[in-house]
Design a protein around this ligand. Structure first.
Ligand code: WTA
Length: 676
């Protein structure tokens, strides 16, 4: 421990950006939930350290220092792994994070020409002899459906798909929307886009037709690739119908795979027919390092989702290196990330990061509890999974079904989590029961915007504390600021970018600058609360803006409020989070009804359905409460802090003097029991 502390001390004494002044409240909450064992360290197992890429803490510190002191040399070494049609003419990284000095930008390897698809497929097949290596074990929703896809087969399917897209008129820079479940065609289409320089925009297949439509329109996509239906557990979801509804409002064409379905022969094409006529030869389009690779929408605090743009070279380097180090990738691994590719975790750690490394992954279409609650463990046993990456919400769900998974999990070597803070109880169950106390748990903190992990343990190097995302990844220099932009600990020196950081909000650079860089010139603001403990470990405490994290999915309160107020009964709505045993947080909605309306079961049911239809099932409110009036300041701002406390039934509300009408609070407490 003494040498660990010494090593830590040599790291830059910094923290993470935070935006509001509720530090004390959050700290108090945090200390209450972290049990006594907070200080206990879980050390990396020696057998993992023997051949690890980063074998101990001092190697981590050495590499970390190099990444900050000499980013040019550090990232150049990573870039040397890949194929560049033309070498870079500019430095590895150029940037400005300070709006007072001009436009915000980040560039990686300016002047270089390359192709993502070439680097993640052709390079392995042609140069690495990996043609026969399994890229994905695809496991369907039903255990009876499964297939194996090699790197060679992937390349041929991707080229054929790329030729189909070209025949449909898709050119470099055009946008293609993808609304698919977790089937191999989803990966093929993403890589086909990357191959021809088209920009993919994957929309999670759980989103509603309105959400899909909004994303197609914002990206101005010319093609939508979708499927007629998917089984999620026992439920059949008709994605083609949802797509048709979305397309009624747009001019896009649709391009389909799988079952029987209503058909518009002017517009729709079958995947299988199109693919069978298509050639397996497709020369990659050689793109500029900073050409866009994809757009992925994420919730924004104004309600309208932001189209986060990632570019080719930087995203390649960053997802490659984070995957390699954080999961300590070796060629005989079988890796499985249970996320959906509709979210950034799937983009970075199912598609690009693993493929850039030539890894073998499991691609899973189903859900953890179908056809039985041991499905995850059964799949780990079946494919002898060595590295397993999932979300705290899934861990909490499976914990409920018994202490011991009844399967052989002895293949596991590293476990990972992502998406939300993990409570120590769930961490310990994951570590002891699933990992049998021999697999480090990498708690990876990052965002759609960061492209890859920014705070994370390295499995053979970092002593772990349950619930802490520990330390920064290479190239990332975290800082904790208070409301006034002052360092909470240590000195502020600005913020280094890492290659994988987003470059802009699609067609809205101003929103990019305002959201992330305006408040504290020189810093990228994450929107999360955090603290550092005495050993320098980072603890993420959750969002400090108007964002909610339900089962690891970010939602904005504004987005849900906008959906609720579409109902003719509602005059005003305010949405807050309430802790939930499995989902982490759930939605608690306060609605003020118009004069003549009754707050009854029917209205509540209609409101829940409305939110589901407008956004998707993940946004379904758990509670709706009648709010004859909302607590507001004299200037009319809703005081969400008070609503959060009412939702949690916390009676001690502290200072209410800024409320225009303090009586509102009593009324809300009296209505609380009728929330449904
Ligand atoms: C939260 C998901 C605590 C955080 C990759 C962040 C986490 C938001 C963690 C981004 C973690 C993600 N510990 N909180 N390990 N990982 N978060 O864009 O609030 O869907 O800002 O990216 O998830 O969500 P996003």
């Amino acid at each position: 421990v003494a040498s660990l502390q010494e090593a830590l001390f040599s790291l830059h004494p910094a923290g993470f950006t935070r935006k509001d002044s509720t530090l004390k409240t959050q700290l108090v909450c945090l200390i209450m939930v972290v049990p006594e064992s907070q200080g206990e360290l879980y050390h990396p197992p020696p057998d993992l350290q023997r051949d690890a890429h980063v074998p101990d803490f001092s190697s981590y510190v050495g590499m970390y220092k190099k990444s900050l002191e000499n980013p040019e040399a550090f990232w150049k070494e990573v870039a040397d792994e890949f194929f560049w049609k033309k070498p870079a003419t500019g430095p590895m990284l150029q940037y400005n994070f300070d709006a007072t000095k001009g436009n915000i930008f980040v560039k990686c390897m300016e002047g270089a020409k390359t192709n993502m698809c070439y680097n993640v497929l052709d390079r392995h097949v042609r140069e690495g002899n990996l043609s026969e290596k399994v890229a994905y074990y695809w496991e369907g929703n039903s255990p009876e459906h499964h297939t194996t896809i090699t790197y060679g087969q992937m390349l041929s399917s991707v080229c054929r798909c790329a030729n189909v897209l070209k025949r449909m008129g898709v050119r470099k820079g055009d946008r293609v929307s993808i609304y698919l479940p977790m089937i191999p065609e989803l990966v093929y289409t993403m890589l086909a886009c990357a191959r021809i320089g088209a920009v993919h925009s994957v929309v999670f297949a759980g989103f509603s037709s309105d959400s899909l439509c909004e994303r197609i329109m914002d990206a101005q996509s010319s093609v939508l690739v979708t499927v007629d239906g998917v089984y999620r557990g026992d439920k059949l979801i008709n994605l083609k119908q949802i797509s048709d509804e979305a397309l009624e409002k747009t001019t896009s064409r649709i391009y389909i795979s799988r079952f029987q379905t209503p058909w518009d022969s002017e517009r729709d094409e079958w995947w299988d027919e199109a693919m069978s006529d298509s050639s397996e030869d497709c020369e990659p389009e050689w793109l500029d390092a900073e050409d866009p690779l994809f757009i992925l929408y994420t919730s924004g605090s104004t309600g309208k989702p932001k189209g986060v743009v990632h570019t080719v070279a930087g995203y390649l380097l960053y997802t490659f290196l984070t995957f390699k180090c954080v999961f300590d990738y070796h060629h005989d691994d079988v890796y499985w990330c249970t996320a959906d590719i509709g979210w950034i975790t799937g983009h970075s750690y199912i598609t690009y990061g693993p493929l850039a490394n030539g890894a073998t992954s499991v691609l899973f279409e189903g859900i953890p509890v179908h056809p039985h609650v041991g499905r995850f463990w059964e799949i780990i046993e079946k494919y002898k999974v060595t590295k397993f990456y999932t979300a705290p919400t899934a861990i909490r769900l499976l914990m409920k079904y018994g202490q011991e998974p009844l399967y052989d999990l002895s293949s596991l070597r590293i476990l990972g989590t992502v998406g939300e803070p993990i409570n120590p109880e769930a961490w310990l169950w994951y570590y002891k029961t699933v990992g049998q106390s021999r697999c480090p748990v990498v708690d990876t903190f990052w965002q759609t915007e960061t492209g890859g992990h920014v705070l994370t343990p390295l499995p053979a190097a970092t002593p772990l504390k349950p619930g802490s995302a520990t330390f920064p990844f290479f190239g990332v220099e975290p800082t904790i600021l208070n409301e006034h932009g002052e360092e909470v600990e240590g000195e502020a020196e600005g913020y280094l970018p890492w290659p994988g950081i987003m470059r802009t909000v699609y067609e809205n650079h101003e929103r990019f600058e305002n959201t992330y860089f305006k408040k504290f010139p020189g810093f990228y603001v994450t929107g999360d609360g955090a603290r550092r403990d005495k050993d320098g470990y980072f603890w993420i405490t959750g969002r400090i803006d108007d964002m909610l994290n339900v089962s690891g999915h970010l939602l904005s309160t504004a987005e849900v409020e906008a959906a609720l107020t579409l109902h003719s009964a509602v005059s005003e709505a305010a949405v807050v989070s309430r802790p939930h045993q499995v989902k982490g947080e759930c939605l608690y909605c306060f609605v003020t009804l118009k004069d003549s309306w009754e707050f009854d079961k029917k209205t509540v049911a209609e409101l829940k359905t409305l939110v589901r239809e407008k956004i998707g099932p993940i946004a379904t409110p758990d509670f709706i409460q009648n709010a004859p009036a909302l607590p507001k300041t004299r200037s009319g701002k809703i005081m969400r802090r008070i609503l959060r406390q009412i939702a949690r039934n916390e009676k001690d509300l502290g200072d209410l003097s800024t409320l225009a009408d303090p009586k509102v609070v009593e009324v809300l407490f009296s209505q609380r029991s009728k929330a449904a």
